[in-house]
Structures are given as C-alpha cells and as structure tokens.
Design a protein around this ligand. Structure first.
Ligand code: ATP
Ligand code: MG
Length: 276
C-alpha cells in the first residue's frame, strides 16, 4: 500500500530487519476511542483552538488537516496535557483514565513531527525505550524493548546506537517504538513523516497503518498532506484559525463531496488531488 502522490519507496536500512508487519489483527487489546467537546486552548490571551469537538471511534484513524498555524498541533498537545485546556472536555471511550493522569499518559502517546528533536541526543535507543517503562514501573523491560524494535522493523543491533547514528527513517521508527512501548491504545501522530523524504515517508506511513490494524490502535493524525490523510484515515477534520471548518469522510473528500469552500481550496492546493 502506498499513499497517493508518494512513490512506494524503501527505507533500505530498515526494511529487511525484524519481522514484517502484516495487516492482520493478531491481538485482542482493548480498543479505546476519544471524545472531545468544546475544546479551547488559550496561550497568553491568544486563542489557538476554540470550540473544537470531535469523536474518534475505538480502532479508528482520524485525521486533522489545515493550514500552518490553524491549531492542529495545539489540539493534539491539549489531548496529552502539553497545551493548556482552557475550556471543554476530553474523554477516553472505553477507559476511565482522566486527562493528565498517569493512566491517561500510559494510554495516549504522541509521536512528534521531528524525530531528531524529540529523541535525546545523548541517550542510546535502549535508554530512550527503557525510560517510559521505568517511569511507569513496567517490569519486563528487556522483552518489551525487543518487541517494540521488532514492531517497527528494526533489528536488535540498533539498541545501542545513538540518534545521530541512525537515518531519519530509522529515527522516526525509534520514535514510534518509544510511543508504542507502553502498549497504548491511542496514538497521536503530529506530522509523523514530514521530516522524511518521500520514499521513506511512504515506508513509515505503511508501517503505522499496518501497526494500527494489527494492534487495533486508535490514531489521531495531523498532516498537511491531504492525500496522506485521505489514504490513512477514515474521517478527517479541517481546521482554520483554531476552529473546525468541517468534518468529512475520506471517501467523500476523495469524491470531492465537501461542504466548505475552504476545504475545496485546500483540496485544490493539494498535489494529490490534481487530476492529469
Ligand atoms: N506555546 C505557545 N505559546 C503561544 N502561542 C502558541 C504556542 N503554541 C502554539 N501557539 C500559536 O498557536 C497557533 C496554532 O499553532 P499550532 O502549532 O497548533 O499550529 P499548526 O496547525 O500545528 O501549524 P503547523 O502546520 O505549522 O504545524 C499559532 O498561531 C501558534 O503561534
Ligand atoms: Mg503543527
């Protein structure tokens, strides 16, 4: 599977290592959804998100698109208490964890846009992956680290490398492994591949999609690339200036069935929608 507009590439350094990820669900982990109602985030008087409401069904992949500065990252950050929730409610469906609690942090993990900035430069992959396990008091660290590396297609030999000894694609695989190591049911993905070149992007996106299907994960994925979101998410929300413009099913977007002129403009600006 390859997102439209992205040539199917191969992150050769990682592709042949570890078990291949197959798109067959092989685990029975409890699925968890998200409910967001009237979310408002204000930074020093600046309203970065206002009256944002959406639902993500358990096991669903939900996209957020919009121009730069529209509040996409702010919404994801508010979901994991990295941005202040000035008003509104966020809730997990299928879990009693409350926002900001340790239980919530264990169940809702984020993958950041820039894998270099988000991995500590002086920590080996082993240490990067061990840290969340230590924080949450998880005992079987050895087995979990091995499994997380295999999940993202990296051989065990990468365990003792530093981030600068990895390719961009491998670094983002490590970032995904770190997010997965606590086996959270919900992943928040903020432009998870925008720092990578097109061929490696496709590899990492395919990996994320296969992991979601296999483990029954719930994704909220931010991307500036409508083609990627349409391909990987079943529904998406368009944001502008901190507000929701509309929500649309990917199938409707692909068929150009959208309500708002702004969505249409975004669509036309997106290479993936240009017809030959
Ligand atoms: N910590 C902060 N303090 C003050 N303002 C902030 C902070 N974080 C974000 N903002 C502002 O909030 C607005 C929304 O930012 P956000 O990062 O959510 O945009 P975005 O949609 O993710 O954009 P991009 O596509 O460029 O990543 C921007 O105007 C930004 O400058
Ligand atoms: Mg952002």
């Amino acid at each position: 599977m390859s997102p439209p507009g992205h040539p199917k590439g191969d992150d050769r350094s990682a592709q042949h290592e570890g078990a291949p990820v197959t798109a067959v669900r092989d685990e029975t982990q409890a699925q968890v959804g998200l409910e967001v109602r009237g979310l408002r985030v204000v930074y020093d008087g600046f309203v970065a998100a206002d009256d944002v409401s959406f639902d993500v069904r358990p096991g669903e992949s939900f996209g957020i698109v919009g121009e730069s500065g529209s509040g996409k990252s702010t919404v994801l950050r508010a979901l994991c208490s990295l941005a202040p929730r000035t008003a509104g409610e966020v809730r997990l469906v299928g879990s009693a964890a409350t926002p900001g609690s340790k239980a919530w942090r264990r169940q809702v993990q984020m993958v950041f846009q820039d894998p270099y900035g988000s991995l500590h430069p002086r920590q080996t992959v082993d240490r990067i992956l061990a840290e969340p396990l230590a924080i949450h008091g998880v005992a079987d660290a050895e087995a979990r680290i091995e499994r997380a590396l295999a999940d993202v297609g990296l051989a065990d030999g990468y365990r003792f490398r530093y981030p600068h000894q990895l390719s961009g694609g491998q670094r983002q695989r490590v970032a995904v492994a770190r997010a997965l190591i606590l086996e959270p049911p919900v992943l928040l993905l903020d432009e998870p591949t925008s720092a990578l070149d097109a061929s490696v992007q496709a590899e990492v996106l395919n990996l994320l999609d296969a992991l979601r299907v296999r483990r029954g994960l719930t994704y909220v994925m931010v991307s500036h690339d409508l083609a990627v979101v349409t391909h990987l998410c079943s529904r998406l929300m368009v944001m502008r200036a901190g507000r929701v413009v509309e929500q649309v099913a990917s199938s409707d977007l692909a068929a150009h069935r959208v309500q708002a002129d702004y969505t249409r403009a975004l669509m036309e600006a997106s290479l993936g929608f240009r017809r030959p």
